[in-house]
Design a protein around this ligand. Structure first.
Ligand code: ATP
Length: 223
């Protein structure tokens, strides 16, 4: 694996389209994709850590429309969108990006990045993810082009021990410092289905939203 960059040095690797925007005044845009079913507090902690340590001008939360790699039924996009809005409300620099929700067909990250880069022009583009996605990246459609277009910023995730694909690992990436947070949306859905509290795992606003809309109550396994 290439040595992780010190996020505090503020200079992400250059090269390819990811590094094509040069100069101190270029915008630094973080992209944070997820199913967000529901958005939970590890998402928020990761996004805050990325925004602050990578000195991002903005961080865009991108709920997936139809996540082609997930096999379970996904909660309606409108609910997931509303919960992300509640999670990021009043957070400086956080923006909800709806492009995947609007697009029909399966959500492919490369299509999203192409669309945003074409729409928004020169910037330093940083894709933020937890290690579970990093070890899976080589299975994503068009991942080689994706790595030319963005710099990866990766956070450790408890319990993820699988090795990173050698070709993926050969690309420079930066690390997002995050304490181990054993929180997952899967566990939250299962807790709700069992009638257990999810306090401290999602924001109070999201917990209220889940209760009001009776989300996850009927999913026996939480999957
Ligand atoms: P699920 O349990 O339904 O698979 P999830 O909790 O992993 O969901 P996602 O919406 O799939 O949530 O994740 C969005 C992003 O947040 C991914 O990059 C994922 O790696 C990262 N992430 C989620 N939870 C954590 C965590 N506890 N620590 C570090 N990264 C996380």
């Amino acid at each position: 694996m290439s040595p992780p960059r010190d996020p505090k040095e503020g200079s992400l690797p250059t090269g390819g389209i990811a590094g094509s925007a040069k100069g101190a005044d270029v915008r630094r845009i973080g992209l944070f994709g997820g199913t967000f079913d529901p958005p939970q507090l590890a998402h928020l902690a990761l996004a805050r850590a990325a925004r602050d340590t990578l000195q991002l001008d903005e961080l865009r939360w991108i709920p997936t429309g139809d996540p082609w790699q997930k096999t379970r039924a996904i909660t309606d996009a409108a609910h997931r969108e509303a919960m992300v809005e509640l999670t990021i409300a009043d957070e400086p620099g956080f923006v909800l990006e709806r492009c995947e929700l609007r697009r029909s067909g399966p959500s492919v990250t490369l299509d999203t990045v192409r669309e945003l880069q074409q729409r928004d022009g020169p910037a330093r583009w940083i894709w933020i993810m937890g290690r579970d996605q990093y070890v899976n990246l080589h299975t994503w459609r068009g991942w080689r082009e994706l790595l030319q277009r963005v710099t990866l910023a990766v956070a450790e995730r408890p319990g993820v021990t699988a090795a990173v694909d050698a070709e993926v690992a050969a690309h420079p990436h930066t690390m997002v410092p995050l304490p181990p947070l054993p929180i997952s949306a899967t566990d939250i859905r299962a807790r709700v289905a069992r009638g257990e509290s999810i306090a401290g795992l999602v924001t109070d606003a999201v917990a209220g939203y889940i209760a009001r809309h009776h989300l996850y109550a009927g999913s026996a396994s939480g999957h």
